[in-house]
Every structure is written in C-alpha cells, then in structure tokens.
Ligand binder design. Structure first.
Ligand code: NDP
Length: 247
C-alpha cells in the first residue's frame, strides 16, 4: 500500500513551483490532495495531471491572503473528508522593494499571505487534526529568515515570523499528536521572482543567482514529502536546503 493511502492533505500555493511539485509527489504516494491557490486554470491542469497519473486531487480556488478564506479552506476540507492529516502552507509572495519606495499594497500582500493567512490555516487545522488522532503541519519559510539583504526586509521579516511561529506551535501541538515542520529553502527556480516590481532588485537577484545552479521545485517537494512520510514518532523540526553553490 502507498505510504499516504487514506490520508487527506492540503497544499497551498499549488498552482506553480514548489506547491505544484509537492501535490504531484503526495498524490503519487496515495494521498488525496487538495490543491489551493488563486489561478483556477493552473489548478485544474494540475489536477488533471494527477488523475492521469492515477492519483486523487481536488482544487480549491482561494485568496489565502484573506485569513478568513484560509480558515474556510481548511475547515471545508476537514468537514468534507471528515479528517485532515497534512497541511502544507507553501503559498508565499516575495514583492521585494527598498522600504523607502515600497508600495504599501506589496508590503501588505506579503504580511497577509506569508504570515496572517498561514497562521489562520494552522489554527483551523488543529481541531480536525486532533480529531483525526494526529496530523502534520509543514510551513515553508526560507533561508531569507536569517539571510537579510537590502530590499528584502519585509519578506525576510515574514519568513522569520514563520520560523518563530512554527517553533512555538510545534511545542503547543505535541500534546495533540500534531507534528510541525519548517522547510527553509535557498534559491529555487520558480516564478517567485517574477513578481519583484523593482527592476534594480530583480536584476541584482538574477545576477547573483547566475553564479550557481538553483534548486528545482522537485528538490524541495522531496524534502516536504520525506518529512511527511517519517514514522509518527519522528518529529522533523526544520530542513534547510540550499543549492550547492549558494553560500
Ligand atoms: P511560486 O511563485 O511559483 O509559487 C507561489 C504560489 O503561491 C503560487 O501557487 C501562487 O498561486 C500562490 N499564491 C500567491 N499569492 C497567493 C494568494 N494571495 N492566495 C493563494 N495563493 C497565492 O513560487 P515558489 O514555488 O518558489 O514559492 C513557494 C514558497 O516557497 C513560498 O512561500 C516562497 O516564499 C518559498 N520559497 C521560495 C524560494 C525560491 O527561491 N523560489 C526560496 C525560499 C522559499 P496563485 O498566483 O495562483 O495564487
């Protein structure tokens, strides 16, 4: 039997990059995966690929920068399936800009999605996971949580928040049989940098990353799925993975 047969998982930010790769890998191990993001067409295409490969995937179109929507997503899945085993909070935005000229809407977009939506989803997951006899929350942070560079102040702040929040939640959730894991990747080749509006920051970032081969989304999905498939007695607190050439 596949390792995750009978398990119900939610992956946020599933319409591209790390989330998309994670959905494919979880479904290949037998989980029923709910793929959430805003772009319905991308989610539908992903679900079709999962089904074609013999897996189970549902789509949930949701703006997870809205904390109420994040709660509703988690509660809705748990109610429909009468269980929730795994929540991968992967959706994230990196709208880097020097603070002096940053658009307030970009700052809010990062804070609302990377922090508020993630916290709301975690909170909503506790009760159904407890009722399922345990569960696993995987929160995607970044090495940017401690590698802080000009132009990335707010992004770094959100990822430091994810780490700090997750570490305290890990201790709170132990008594419910819920595991909490942080995944902190270095540079991954995804669409994330496409949303950097400031041309100087974008070109500096691209110049820097030309110096090494970035991780692929599948590399990070491997780490997420590895953590999620350890025996229940094993708590994987954090995985940090960087491209070999990234210092
Ligand atoms: P992508 O841009 O490919 O993926 C981001 C995902 O988040 C997309 O599926 C996007 O879907 C979703 N998303 C964005 N805004 C919202 C929203 N308001 N509501 C719901 N979903 C939203 O980038 P990555 O795969 O790289 O990013 C995944 C995670 O990995 C992020 O948390 C990122 O911070 C983190 N990370 C990435 C690194 C990298 O170098 N790429 C390094 C370290 C960490 P849609 O637009 O359809 O809503």
């Amino acid at each position: 039997m596949a390792e995750l047969e009978g398990k119900v998982a939610i992956v946020t930010g599933a319409s591209s990059g790390i989330g998309e790769a994670t959905v494919m890998q979880l479904a290949a191990r037998g989980a029923t995966v709910v793929a959430a993001a805003r772009r319905a067409d991308r989610l539908e295409a992903l679900a079709a690929r999962v089904v074609a490969a013999g897996g189970r995937c549902e789509t949930a179109v949701s703006d997870l920068a809205d904390a109420e929507a994040a709660r509703a997503l988690v509660q809705g899945v748990a109610t429909r399936h009468r269980r929730l085993d795994l929540l991968v909070n992967n959706a994230g935005a990196m709208r880097n800009a020097f603070l002096a000229g940053a658009a307030p809407a970009d700052l809010d977009a990062m804070l609302d999605l990377n922090v508020r939506g993630l916290i709301a989803a975690c909170q909503a997951a506790l009760s159904p996971m407890r009722e399922s006899g345990g569960g696993h929350i995987v929160n995607v942070a970044s090495v940017a949580a401690w590698l802080c560079t000009p132009g990335a102040a707010t992004y770094s702040a959100t990822k430091a928040a994810v780490r700090a929040f997750s570490e305290a939640l890990r201790k709170e959730a132990i008594r419910f049989g819920i595991r909490v894991t942080v995944i902190s990747p270095g540079v991954v080749a995804t669409e994330l940098t496409d949303h950097i509006a400031d041309a100087r920051i974008r070109s500096a970032y691209l110049q820097w990353t030309e110096g090494f081969e970035p991780l692929q989304s599948e590399d990070v999905a491997d780490a997420i799925v590895w953590a999620a498939t350890r025996p229940a007695r094993v708590g994987v607190n954090e995985i940090v993975l960087r491209p070999l050439g990234q210092d």
